[in-house]
Design a protein around this ligand. Structure first.
Ligand code: CTP
Length: 393
C-alpha cells in the first residue's frame, strides 16, 4: 500500500491531476501522477523497491518515473515553478502541495487525493475544482496562466471538447487576450506539434479543430490552412473510417493522428506544405506521404474510382503499391465511406495473400538464376491475386 509506505517514509503523498479529474468524472485514466511533500526521490526509491519497478530519477527536477509491466507512475516533489520569461520552460524549487497545485493549468486539474493512511482518500480541493467539474467549466488558476504557458489555450480547447465543458467567462477573455497578443507565437514548433498531435489523438478531434478555427489560431499550427465545410466533413469521414478499422482490429490507434494530419496537409498549397515539413519533426515516411498525396493523390484517387467499377485484385495491388493505410484514408476522405470500406476490404484481402513459392522452388525446376526469377514471382503473385492460381497449401 502506497499510503503505508508514505507513512513509513514520513512524507505526505497525494495522487493529483488528470487521474483525480477523471476519477471524479468516472472516466478511465491509467496515468498516475503522485506529488510528495518531502523528499520525493527517497520515497520513489522505496516505492520502486516495493513494486519491483524500474526507476528513472531526474534529480534536478525532483521527479522520478516508475515503470513495471505496462504500468507507470510519475512522482514529483511538491514544487513551485518560476518562469524566467513568458513561454520559457519553468525553473523549479521545493515547496508545498498548495503551491504545487496552484502553478497548474486549470482548477479541474488542480485536485489531489491524499494517500497517507489516516486520511486515505481525502479530496484536497483548494481551488473549487470539484465545483467546476460539476458545472463543466474550464477555469485558470491565475490571470497570467495563458501568458506564462500559451499551450494551455490549446489544452483548454481539448478538455472543453473531450468532456463537453466550456471555458469559464473570464478564462475565455484571458484566452482571447493572449491570442490577440500573439502569445502562442512564442511557443516552439515542437511544443505546438505536440499539442496538435494531442488534439488529433482525441477520440473525436473534429470539434476541437473547429474551435481552433473559431479562435483563429491555425496560423500557429499550419499557417496557410483554409478551414472549410469540405475539410470538416473529410475529417469527420476519417473518424468514421478509423472507428470501423479499430473495430476490425486492423488499426493501431496510436497512429490515429497521422490520417488527420495528412487530411490537413492535403488542403495546403505547396508553400504551406513546405512550412509544415520545415517546422515539424515528422518521420520520413510521413513526409513522403505528404508529398505523394499532393503530387499523385488526384491521379490515384481517380484510378481507385475506376477500379471500383470492376477491377482485378492485382490492379488494386498495383495502384496502392507503397501506400500506407493512413495515407489511403486521407486520400479517400472526400469519397463516400461505403465505397472506401469496399476498397479497404479488398486491399486487406490482398495484403493477406502471399505466394508460398521461393527462389529455391524455381531453381528446382532447373531454371537458371537471373531477372527471370523476379518476373516469375511477380506473374505468380498476379495470378494468385486474381484467382487464376490457387495456393498449394
Ligand atoms: N499541466 C499544466 N500546464 C501544461 C501541461 C500540464 O499545468 N501546459 C499540468 C496539468 O495540471 C495536468 C498535469 O500537468 O493535470 C499533467 O499533465 P498531462 O499529463 O499533460 O495532463 P492530463 O491532465 O493528465 O491530460 P491528459 O488526460 O490529456 O493526459
Amino acid at each position: 500500500n502506497i499510503g503505508q509506505l508514505a507513512d513509513e517514509a514520513n512524507v505526505k503523498v497525494y495522487v493529483v491531476g488528470g487521474f483525480v479529474r477523471d476519477l471524479l468524472l468516472g472516466v478511465e485514466n491509467l496515468d498516475i501522477d503522485l506529488v510528495v511533500e518531502g523528499d520525493g526521490i527517497a520515497f520513489s526509491t522505496r516505492l520502486a523497491r516495493f513494486l519491483r519497478a524500474r526507476l528513472r530519477v531526474h534529480e534536478k527536477f525532483g521527479t522520478a518515473m516508475l515503470v513495471w509491466d505496462d504500468q507507470k507512475i510519475d512522482v514529483a516533489t511538491a514544487r513551485r515553478e518560476f518562469y524566467q520569461h513568458p513561454a520559457a520552460l519553468p525553473q523549479v524549487e521545493a515547496s508545498n502541495l498548495r503551491q504545487d497545485l496552484y502553478r497548474r493549468d486549470f482548477t479541474i486539474n488542480a485536485l489531489a487525493i491524499q494517500l497517507n493512511l489516516p486520511a486515505f482518500g481525502y479530496l484536497v480541493d483548494f481551488f473549487s475544482g470539484r465545483r467546476d467539474l460539476e458545472q463543466g467549466l474550464i477555469r485558470v488558476l491565475y490571470n497570467l496562466s495563458f501568458v506564462e504557458d500559451p499551450t494551455r489555450i490549446i489544452r483548454a480547447i481539448r478538455f472543453e471538447q473531450r468532456y463537453g465543458f466550456m471555458m469559464e467567462a473570464e478564462t475565455l477573455e484571458f484566452a482571447h487576450e493572449a491570442i490577440s497578443r500573439k502569445m502562442i507565437g512564442e511557443v516552439s514548433f515542437e511544443r505546438m506539434f505536440d499539442e496538435l498531435l494531442l488534439i488529433l489523438q482525441e477520440k473525436n478531434p473534429v470539434p476541437a479543430l473547429c474551435r481552433v478555427t473559431e479562435f483563429g489560431i491555425w496560423e500557429f499550427f499550419l499557417p496557410d490552412l483554409q478551414w472549410s465545410d469540405g475539410l470538416e466533413s473529410e475529417l469527420a469521414n476519417v473518424t468514421t473510417l478509423q472507428h470501423l478499422l479499430k473495430e476490425q482490429q486492423w488499426w493501431d490507434s496510436k497512429s490515429q493522428w497521422i490520417s488527420y494530419f495528412l487530411v490537413l496537409t492535403k488542403h495546403l498549397k505547396p508553400d504551406g506544405i513546405e512550412v509544415a515539413l520545415q517546422r515539424y519533426p515528422l518521420k520520413l515516411w510521413i513526409r513522403e506521404a505528404i508529398v505523394t498525396i499532393s503530387e499523385e493523390g488526384f491521379r490515384v484517387a481517380q484510378e481507385l474510382d475506376k477500379w471500383l467499377k470492376g477491377g482485378k485484385n492485382s490492379e488494386l495491388d498495383e495502384i496502392l503499391q507503397g501506400w500506407s493505410v493512413e495515407a489511403f484514408l486521407s486520400l479517400r476522405a472526400t469519397y463516400p465511406v461505403q465505397e472506401t470500406i469496399l476498397l479497404l476490404e479488398a486491399w486487406q484481402a490482398i495484403r493477406k495473400t502471399s505466394i508460398s513459392i521461393t527462389g529455391n522452388d524455381i531453381k528446382a525446376l532447373g531454371i537458371k538464376p537471373g531477372p527471370i526469377y523476379g518476373e516469375i514471382m511477380n506473374r505468380l503473385r498476379v495470378e494468385r491475386l486474381d484467382g487464376t492460381v490457387q495456393s498449394s497449401e
